[in-house]
Ligand binder design. Structure first.
Ligand code: AMP
Ligand code: GLY
Length: 428
């Protein structure tokens, strides 16, 4: 099989790493890829938003399967454009990608399908939004409806913060058109988890559960980021929570999407709050998570590629994936200053030595190659993953690896998995 992965981050490196191990693979391309994927595949200098370029490439290279990493090309119609050329794509149509592209759409699907989620209302008028804030009270959550680069959500602890958020999004238009409509919802309280499923329009195959670490600082402090690290399995999500998630959230969503004539294919990412009475949907994403992908794929024992193909053919019911009974931890190394302004171009040393450590895999997220060396070239630069018999072992290994990487301009959180390890011990 000839496969094209779209994207350039740690998630795409992890996908390339898993797919390149498949005996079914004959040729692997990554557009645009990074120095990590270059070691496993042919990098193609096409941007992820160049839909026509990607489709033309896939046609010219007789690609059998396209695996998009990020959501933007899916929202822009990559899967539809590939379908028009009879090329399989493990990702949803633009219509189905609204599950990530529009918060309001997701809430409507959730209500129609009876999915447990926070009570909500959508607004296009700032006055009405301010009134609703007063009616519900704080804490309360304010969301720009459209894609706002992960920055469109304000969890407001006070009424003042909530009103400020409404003003910033609707009146000052800090997120542009993405904030023309807002969703205001009840604040959920509990532990957050990310649950992943591979979907074929009708059936869903569980792909694992992870806990992300979104804030930049130790102890969950500071601004939100794309994700500073992840662990799996989260001790606060046992089998009963996973079963409830598949039965009350993932499968009902698939059913509702199919009923609306927009069957969902590809990776479905449910961001959930585990409350006392079970999991509640926070949001869907139409892709694998990053760094959750780098955390879960090292636990997979089965060949991923046939499952991806089955997802595009409506054949997932015949697929059964096997997983290691182990734990996994990923520490993301970032450029100092991230998620604010940061410098790039600093050289990173020690990657080869670290990559050879047992149960350790270093995924490139924002790097570039330069005369045989590897330079930092982004905010999130490396995703250092390790597996182990339990979370403690995985986390210890991941930090041992991190500490062998020499990079003057880099930093990472030092507490990835710490709360999870405490919680796991408390449960023993
Ligand atoms: P989202 O962009 O929808 O992932 O939201 C970003 C973050 O805001 C989530 O990861 C949660 O931590 C938080 N969040 C969103 N909605 C809620 C909610 N209803 N209750 C509590 N926290 C929320
Ligand atoms: N790590 C969260 C995300 O991929 O959106």
């Amino acid at each position: 099989m000839r496969v094209l992965i779209v994207g350039s981050g740690g998630r795409e490196h992890a996908l390339a790493w898993a797919i390149s191990a498949s005996p079914l693979l004959t040729e692997l391309f990554v557009a645009p890829g990074n120095p990590g994927t270059a070691a496993l595949a042919t990098n193609v200098p096409l941007r992820t938003n160049d839909i026509a370029g990607l489709v033309n490439f896939a046609v010219a290279q007789k690609v059998d399967l396209v695996v998009p990493g990020p959501e933007a090309p899916l929202v822009a119609g990559l899967a539809d454009a590939l379908a028009a050329q009879n090329i399989a794509c493990c990702g949803p149509s633009a219509a189905a990608a609204q599950l990530e592209g529009s918060k309001r759409f997701t809430k409507e699907i959730a209500d129609a399908a009876g999915i447990p989620t926070a009570a909500w209302k959508a607004f296009t008028e700032a006055d009405e939004a301010h009134d609703y804030v007063e009616e519900i009270g704080a804490p309360i959550v304010i969301k720009a409806d459209g894609l706002a680069a992960g920055k469109g959500v304000v969890v407001a602890a006070t009424l003042d913060e909530a009103h400020e958020a409404v003003t910033a999004i609707m009146e000052d238009k800090v997120h542009g058109a993405a904030g023309a409509e807002i969703v205001i919802e009840q604040c959920l309280v509990g532990e957050e988890i990310s649950v992943f499923a591979l979907c074929d329009g009708e059936d869903a195959l569980y792909l694992g559960c992870a806990a992300d670490h979104k804030r930049v600082g130790d102890g969950d402090t500071g601004p939100n980021t794309g994700g500073m690290g992840a662990i799996s399995p989260p001790p606060w999500a046992g089998q009963a929570i996973i079963d409830a998630t598949m039965a009350t959230i993932i499968r009902p969503a698939l059913g509702e999407m199919a009923r609306r004539g927009m069957p969902f294919r590809g990776f479905l990412f449910a961001g959930l709050m585990v409350e006392e009475d079970g999991p509640k949907l926070i949001e869907f994403n139409v892709r694998f998570g990053d760094p959750e992908c780098e955390t879960l794929l090292p636990l997979l024992r089965s060949d991923l590629l046939p499952a991806l193909v089955a997802a595009t053919e409506g054949e997932l019911k015949h697929v059964d994936l096997r997983w290691r009974d182990a734990a996994s931890a990923t520490v993301v190394m970032c450029s100092k200053g991230y998620p604010g302004a940061y410098a790039t171009g600093g050289e990173i040393f020690g990657l080869e030595e670290v990559g050879a450590l047992p149960e350790v895999t270093v995924f490139h997220a924002g790097t570039m190659a330069d005369q045989g060396g590897i330079l930092a070239n982004g905010g999130r630069v490396l995703a250092v993953n390790a597996t182990g018999a339990d979370l403690q072992e995985a986390v210890t290994r991941a930090y041992e690896a991190v500490d062998k990487i020499e990079w003057a301009d880099g930093f990472c959180r030092r507490d990835i998995g710490r709360r999870a390890i405490f919680a796991a011990q408390a449960r023993k």
